[in-house]
Design a protein around this ligand. Structure first.
Ligand SMILES: Nc1nc2c(c(=O)[nH]1)N[C@H]1C(S)=C(S)[C@@H](COP(=O)(O)OP(=O)(O)OC[C@H]3O[C@@H](n4cnc5c(N)ncnc54)[C@H](O)[C@@H]3O)O[C@H]1N2
Ligand code: MOO
Length: 401
């Protein structure tokens, strides 16, 4: 049986995938979304020269030798500029954010002033232009300040607001229908029958989809029955899912019906069976406009395949350069035997030694049903096909989880 190399499978999966269409969402719902278009400012900020301090707006030419005393002719709080012109020997009481009155060019902070009635005496002369924010200090109208690829975060949203964009163009979140299969499965929180277990893969894959910027759609659990399975698959299509993820039923057993049913529904198979461990029975195809990714049922296989294949697929649909997380280098703390023909993703703990070096310790057991070990893992050691035996102390590539 020939198995496809991981890199080739990934390349096939991502071929021809382009970013989804643009939609507009209100600023308050744009956190974490991918910006779809360059965003130019609709205004200049600050729109006027503004005071950066509370104090007095003065004319620097009034500051000569010795202490100047000026006449305070008005007030300029933020939002209410002083409308007149300040002449020689005059000053305006001003507050942070207020426009600099005509005729003035400098702010005397109130700590360096002594006020007496409508007179103010300069105790410590400021330099010309002190504490004045010129118009456009932050940005000017027309400046393109945010551009794709960009995942919008709090800093970008504050800037978009300052640019006066109430709605933002973002890439539509890929809708990912997730369908678990298997007579043995029941939902978390329910009581399994004597031969049943709790379906766990769904929860993990849905969270991964959310982390990657997608929108999970729960299609529930289909029993191992062709008719039921087909009706669940049709629901994914009628919901216009961008991706249908099936969980389990991908292998060769008599009850592994997923590929057969998808075929009957018209799926164009791209590949099945990968030279990797865990995750050998991974399958991919296309059903109309919906990409299909068949993840193996074993929980660790499901999640590792999700990380290695579903994540880059979502990234590509969101306009990000799809890249598998770049491996880091870590030092093995235990010997590893020679690898066979499947690329291995070995569950391992990860620590830093006193010198800041990463130390990776593989778990002795690597069964792909053991979610407890995956949850305690800090990394996956990546072992290429036919990697020779490696001894403790050797540097190996790891995917940090
Ligand atoms: N004769 C062979 N048997 C198997 C092969 C093979 O090549 N020849 N491959 C093995 C490998 S590798 C894997 S991985 C599994 C995957 O098989 P399926 O994708 O068909 O998965 P199932 O048989 O449906 O389930 C496997 C295992 O995982 C449990 N499971 C399934 N779905 C869930 C879920 N949503 N949450 C939690 N656990 C789930 C299921 O109960 C089974 O224990 O096949 C091997 N067999
Ligand atoms: O590949 Mo299976 O995923 O080894 O358990």
């Amino acid at each position: 049986m020939s198995l496809m190399p991981v890199a080739e499978a990934l390349e096939r999966l991502l071929a021809g995938i382009s970013p989804l269409e643009t939609e507009h969402v209100p600023l308050e719902r744009a956190n974490g979304r991918m910006l779809a278009e360059p965003l130019a400012s609709t205004r200049t900020q600050p729109p006027f020269a503004a005071s950066a301090m509370d104090g007095y707006a003065i004319r620097s030419t009034d500051l000569g030798e010795g202490r100047a005393t000026l006449q305070v002719i008005g007030d300029a709080p933020a939002g209410h500029g002083y409308s007149g012109t300040v002449e020689q020997g005059q000053a305006v009481r001003i507050f942070t954010g207020a426009p600099i009155p005509d005729g003035t060019d400098t702010i005397l902070i109130q700590e360096n002033a002594e006020r007496s009635g409508d007179q103010v005496t300069v105790l410590e002369a400021p330099v010309k232009g002190a504490h004045v924010r010129p118009a456009g200090l932050d940005f000017a109208k027309g400046d393109v300040l945010l551009a794709p690829p960009l995942k919008l975060a709090y800093r970008h949203l504050a800037l978009a607001a300052a640019m006066n964009h109430a709605d933002l163009p973002v890439i539509r979140r890929p809708k990912v229908a997730i369908l678990a299969t298997g007579d043995e499965l029941v939902r978390p929180g329910t009581e399994p029958g004597p031969d049943q277990i709790i379906a766990s893969n769904h929860a993990g894959i849905a969270a991964l989809v959310e982390d990657c910027g997608g929108e999970p759609l729960d299609l529930g659990i289909s029993p191992d029955d062709s008719v039921e399975l087909a009706s669940h698959v049709r629901r994914a299509i009628s919901e216009h899912a961008d991706i249908l993820v099936t969980l389990g039923g991908a292998s060769v057993g008599d009850h592994d019906l997923v590929q057969e049913v998808l075929g009957q529904e018209g799926m164009d198979l791209s590949f099945w069976r990968i030279a990797m461990r865990p995750g050998k029975p991974l399958m991919a195809g296309r059903l109309g406009n919906t990409k299909v990714l068949g993840l193996p049922g074993n929980p660790v296989s499901s999640l590792v395949c999700g990380l290695l294949f579903l994540k880059p697929l979502l990234q590509a649909m969101l306009g990000l350069e799809p890249q598998q997380s770049a491996p880091a280098q870590a030092v093995l703390a235990a010997d590893l035997p020679a690898n066979d023909r499947r690329q291995d993703y070995v569950r391992a703990t990860l620590e830093e030694d006193a010198d800041g070096k990463l130390i990776v310790t593989p778990f002795a057991k690597q069964d792909s049903s053991m979610l407890g070990l995956l949850a305690r893992s800090g990394a996956l050691i990546v072992r290429p096909p036919h990697a020779p035996a490696q001894q403790a102390g050797t540097a190996v590539p790891v995917l940090v989880l």
